[in-house]
Design a protein around this ligand. Structure first.
Ligand code: GRF
Length: 190
């Protein structure tokens, strides 16, 4: 039986697109029931529509966090989505929302947590001069970029490498690691 997933995005949506393709191609035994976004300008929203996915704009800007989360709650219960997959979603979910779905919300973060949580992680790791950074997939808890770590992939920073190249390699690593992690999380028999 295919797992029912919903994906939250705020921007480009490259992780969402990779997951949607891997669901469509059967690598991931799941179906994307909807993609929801807090940002009407997000390129990922238009791309999800082009792929034929159901999309929703969450009313964070118009109604604030709690109304937007109520809206999201309704979308999840109407679609009976089992898993909520955060893919570049730039809002912090409230503790109450997370508690209701504890263990069923997954996030990807572009650093080796617990190093460099929060925004601009790739740039901060680069500026700090670390030699190895990477990608983390984790369960979401009430703190930012904090829940149980499910998988990590190290990415070496080469001497003299421009940050743009590092960003590109991290995004490639993310797309592979997210699908690989979800294959097992959503269907532990695989
Ligand atoms: C990714 O680096 C992800 O790890 C972080 O936000 C970025 C989103 O990129 N949480 P995209 O929208 O999936 O292209």
């Amino acid at each position: 039986m295919k797992r029912r997933i919903a994906i939250l995005i705020s921007g480009r949506g490259s992780n969402m697109l990779a997951l949607a393709r891997n669901c469509g191609g059967g690598l991931l035994n799941a179906e994307v029931f909807f993609v929801a976004c807090d940002n009407p300008e997000a390129p990922g929203l238009a791309d999800a529509e082009k792929l034929g996915l159901k999309t929703h704009l969450l009313p964070y800007a118009a109604l604030g966090k709690y109304k937007a989360e109520e809206h999201l709650d309704r979308l999840i219960s109407d679609s009976r989505a089992e898993w909520l997959i955060l893919a570049g979603f730039m809002r912090v979910l409230s503790p109450g929302f997370v508690l209701r779905r504890r263990g069923r919300i997954v996030n990807i973060h572009p650093s080796l947590l617990p190093a460099f949580p929060g925004k601009d992680s790739i740039r901060r790791a680069f500026d700090h001069g670390v030699m190895v950074t990477g990608v983390t997939v984790h369960l979401v808890d009430e703190q930012v970029d904090h829940g149980k770590i499910l998988a990590q992939e190290p990415v070496r920073i080469f001497p003299g490498e421009p940050i743009e190249d590092l960003e590109e390699r991290i995004h490639q690593a993310e797309q592979i690691l997210y699908t690989r992690t979800l294959i097992h999380l959503l269907d532990p028999s695989r």
